[in-house]
Write a protein that binds this ligand. Structure first.
Ligand code: TK8
Length: 356
C-alpha cells in the first residue's frame, strides 16, 4: 500500500521512527479511500497534537495519518495534525487527563481505561460478548454506542468515534496456554498478566487464576523484558507492531475480549473550532475509523503469521477449548452485569444475535 508521507504529517519522535524501520514489511493493506467533499471555509488555522499508544506501523497510526490528511486537504492546510505515537506523550489515562486540562488536543485510547468517565463502556470489557467482528462493528455503529460517546459530555472530553482495537489474545513467556488450568498453573503458580487499567479485566484474570497487574501500555515491554510480568493480552497486530514477540515465546488465540478504540478531542479544543471545522473533524474521524476497522481486520491474520515466523509458538484453540475459557469466566458476568446494566447488555446481545 502507499501511505502518504507529506511533510506536515510525519510522525513526531526520532525514537519511534527508528523502531518502525524494523518493520519495512507490512501486510497487503487496502489503500485509504480517496478524500472527497468540499473544501471548507477559512475559519483560521489550527495545529492539533494527537498522541496515542501504539507504534507508527499500527493500523491506529495509519488511520490517524489518513485522518490528518482528510483535515489537511479539506481545510487547504489550515488544520494540521501532528501525530505522536508510542505513548511518547503519556499513556491512555494520562492523555485523557491532558485532554481535560487542554494540554493535549487529541488522543485515541482503548475504551477500557475510559470507563472511569463513562461506566457503560465496560460492556465492551465483558468476555466473549462479541463473538464476530461483524457483530462488534454493528455494536460500534449502534445507538447504544452513540449514547456512550455522548455521555462524555461534561467530562472535558469530546468523544468522536469508536474504531477497532480488536480481539485480544494472550501472550506470555512461561508456557503454552491452552486451558484455564494452564493460566492458573498446575503447582498453583498462576501467570502474572498485565491488564489494562480496568476492573473488569482485572476480574477476568483473577477468575482464571492468574496474578493480574494493571499497568500502562507504555511500560509493558520493559516489564515483560525484566520479568516483572509473564504476559499480557492484546490483538496480534499490537503484539507484532510493539515487538512483544521479542520477549514473549507463547501466544494463545483466546479472543477473550473485543475492545474498541475511541478517538477523542479536548473539549476546549473542540469549543475553539468553528462549527464548520467541527463538522469536518467529526466526519474525518468517522471516515478514518472505517478505514482503521478495515485495515485492522486485514492486519490480524497476517500479524499472527508474522509472529509465528518470528518464533512465537501460537496455540490455536478449538471451539471446546474456547468454551472452557468462556465457562471459567462466567463469574465475571455475574459480578459485573448488574453494575454495567442488564438492559444495556441485553441491547448489545440483541445486536449480536442479528449479526451472527
Ligand atoms: C494503547 C493501548 C493499547 C491497549 C492496552 O495506548 O493498553 O493494552 O490495548 O492498545 O490502548
Amino acid at each position: 500500500m502507499k501511505i502518504f508521507w507529506r511533510n506536515t504529517l510525519t510522525l513526531a519522535g526520532a525514537a519511534s521512527l527508528s523502531l518502525g524501520m524494523a518493520y519495512a514489511q507490512s501486510p497487503d493493506l487496502s489503500d485509504p479511500p480517496a478524500i472527497e467533499g468540499d473544501v471548507v471555509g477559512d475559519h483560521g488555522s489550527h495545529t492539533l497534537r494527537m498522541g496515542f499508544g501504539l507504534s507508527e506501523s499500527s493500523p491506529q497510526a495509519l488511520s490517524s495519518k489518513y485522518f490528518a490528511e482528510i483535515l489537511e486537504q479539506r481545510s487547504e492546510g489550515r488544520i494540521s495534525v501532528n501525530l505522536f505515537p508510542n505513548s511518547q506523550l503519556g499513556d491512555d489515562v494520562q492523555m485523557m487527563e491532558m485532554l481535560q486540562t487542554g494540554s493535549l488536543d487529541m488522543t485515541y485510547p482503548s475504551s477500557s481505561p475510559a470507563t472511569t468517565y463513562v461506566s457503560e463502556l465496560a460492556v465492551f470489557d465483558l468476555p466473549f460478548l462479541l463473538p464476530t467482528r461483524e457483530a462488534a462493528v454493528a455494536v460500534m455503529h449502534s445507538d447504544a454506542a452513540q449514547r456512550m460517546l455522548d455521555a462524555f459530555e461534561g467530562t472535558g472530553i469530546k468523544a468522536l468515534t469508536f474504531s477497532e482495537n480488536g480481539y485480544r489474545q494472550l501472550s506470555n513467556s512461561a508456557r503454552a496456554v491452552e486451558s484455564p488450568e494452564d493460566v492458573a498453573g498446575q503447582g498453583g503458580r498462576g501467570l502474572s498478566v498485565r491488564t489494562m487499567e480496568n476492573p473488569v479485566h482485572l476480574s477476568i484474570w483473577e477468575t482464571l487464576g492468574a496474578n493480574p497487574t494493571p499497568m500502562a501500555f507504555g511500560e509493558l515491554f520493559s516489564a515483560m523484558e525484566q520479568g516483572v510480568v509473564d504476559g499480557q493480552e492484546n490483538p496480534w497486530s499490537t503484539i507484532l507492531t510493539s515487538n512483544f514477540h521479542e520477549v514473549q515465546d507463547y501466544g494463545s488465540e483466546t479472543r477473550h475480549v473485543y475492545t474498541p478504540f475511541i478517538m477523542m478531542m479536548s473539549q476546549r479544543t473542540w469549543d475553539r473550532l468553528a462549527p464548520e471545522y467541527q463538522e469536518l473533524v467529526q466526519e474525518a474521524a468517522r471516515q478514518s475509523a472505517e478505514y482503521e476497522i478495515q485495515i485492522s481486520a486485514e492486519y490480524d491474520d497476517w500479524a499472527r503469521e508474522q509472529l509465528e515466523e518470528r518464533g512465537m509458538q501460537i496455540s490455536r484453540l478449538d471451539d471446546d477449548q474456547i468454551a472452557a475459557f468462556q465457562e471459567a469466566v462466567q463469574p465475571v458476568y455475574d459480578q459485573w452485569a448488574p453494575r454495567i446494566g442488564e438492559d444495556l447488555i441485553a441491547e448489545i446481545q440483541e445486536i449480536v444475535e442479528a449479526h451472527q
